[in-house]
Design a protein around this ligand. Structure first.
Ligand SMILES: NC(=O)c1ccc[n+]([C@@H]2O[C@H](COP(=O)([O-])OP(=O)(O)OC[C@H]3O[C@@H](n4cnc5c(N)ncnc54)[C@H](O)[C@@H]3O)[C@@H](O)[C@H]2O)c1
Ligand SMILES: [Zn+2]
Ligand SMILES: [Zn+2]
Length: 377
């Protein structure tokens, strides 16, 4: 099959590799119809998370089941499915508690949590390819209605829509809440969209990319360009000095200032500024344990010095981590089918697999208009 293969930092190529095959009785093989490029793919792409050359990338996958192992009983050949980015066994203690993002059995290294095509998540090939092997298929695959309807919306069910929703859940966004979202990539924009779906009264979205901020405005959020205004001051002024109830971090460890200089703590600090006393912060942006490309020794070891003293004194609750996609994907699928959510408003490009190398380059540069790229193998 053809697949997007990681060669070395800033170099991916589309190559012929071996087809995946059923390796265990509960496996399925999915023929990929749509697979997306994610901000998380840029971590290995930029060499800021160490990935083995030869790995097939891609954790945001959907398609049609091509083959199932002898133990698979719920999922059938021909089913149209969404594949959560988490790989979960479905039966360990964490899976049983609903935390499929921290499965204790799927990652051979013994670390909790596994996924496709990403460092330290268990060496599973990704789905930026014609086919994908899905372990524990009955647990991991979400069935979608047959046909081609809502393909672009459903493509966002494997990661960014549930992840955005998870941010709103962690920050306890509810009816009438005020919310500040930092980062207007796909994750931040869908955290804003999810907050509005959950009844938020006012949502601020902070970034410096005008094209992305324009999308935030389009859904009724208040866009703040941090290259032009101090976001903390802008949000405090707009809330009469009270601050917001909920903060959502959708940037991660490569947070930078308007000049592009990285400060891993800067978004966490801004959120501690603007979230009211006893408010909540949900951290979706990835922070890593080892970052070979970090600016200083502390950050190289994943140590992020943010204003925890103020957060404590304000009694702010902070929660974060990988999204357990299975907790939300069924309900978000149903919202899409009911016409109440159309997350695909942020999709900027639909390309063929062969165009992946250029798409990586442009998306990595946050080139104008490259918000979210969908690939059709
Ligand atoms: N928790 C999870 O399960 C999960 C799932 C998917 C993605 N992620 C992570 O979420 C983060 C966002 O993903 P994405 O696909 O939207 O990425 P992205 O790179 O497309 O978007 C990040 C945005 O943050 C903006 N930004 C940078 N510094 C900023 C600052 N100081 N203030 C405000 N905005 C700033 C950038 O301009 C960019 O638009 C990444 O860290 C990604 O790895 C986490
Ligand atoms: Zn992703
Ligand atoms: Zn498990």
């Amino acid at each position: 099959m053809r697949a997007v293969v990681f060669k070395r930092p800033r170099k991916v190529s589309v190559e012929k590799v071996d087809d995946p095959r059923i390796e265990a009785p509960l496996d399925a093989i999915v023929r990929i119809t749509t697979t997306n490029i994610c901000g998380s793919d840029l971590h290995p792409y930029e060499g800021r998370a160490v990935l083995k050359p030869g790995m097939v990338l891609g954790h945001e996958n959907m398609g049609v089941v091509e083959e199932v192992g002898p133990g698979v009983e719920r999922i059938k050949v021909g089913d149209r499915v969404s594949v959560p980015f988490n790989i979960a066994c479905g039966t360990c203690r964490n899976c049983d508690d609903g935390f499929t993002s921290a499965c204790l059995r799927a990652n051979p290294s013994g670390r909790p949590g596994a996924g496709y095509g990403y460092p330290m998540m268990g060496d599973y090939w990704g789905g930026q390819a014609e086919f994908l092997r899905v372990p524990w298929a009955d647990t991991n695959l979400l069935r979608l209605p047959e046909g081609k309807d809502h393909e672009r919306d459903f493509a966002l069910l494997s990661d960014v829509f549930p992840t955005g929703f998870h941010g709103a859940e962690l920050a306890q966004v509810g009816a009438g809440s005020t919310v500040a979202v930092f980062g207007a990539g796909a994750v931040g924009l869908l955290a804003a969209h999810s907050s509005i779906l959950r009844g938020a009264a006012r949502v601020f979205v902070v970034d410096k990319e005008p094209d992305r901020l324009a999308l935030a405005t389009q859904i009724g959020a208040t866009a703040i360009n941090f290259a032009e205004t101090d976001p903390s001051e802008a949000i405090m002024d707009a809330t009469g000095g009270f601050g917001v109830d909920c903060g959502i971090e959708a940037v991660g460890y490569q947070a930078h200032d308007a000049a592009g200089k990285e400060h891993p703590a800067m978004v966490l600090d801004r959120l501690v500024d603007v979230v009211r006393a006893t408010g909540r912060i949900g951290v979706l942006g990835v922070y890593v344990e080892q970052d070979p490309g970090a600016a200083n020794k502390q950050a190289k070891q994943g140590r992020v010095a943010f204003d925890y003293g103020t957060a404590f004194m304000k009694g702010i609750s902070i929660a974060g981590g990988q999204c357990p996609v299975k907790k939300y994907n069924r309900y978000l699928r149903d919202l899409i089918m009911a016409g109440r959510a159309t997350p695909s408003w942020l999709v900027s490009h639909e390309l063929s697999l062969d165009e992946a190398p250029t798409a990586y380059k442009k998306f990595d540069a946050r080139a104008d208009g490259y918000t979210k790229v969908l690939l059709h193998p």
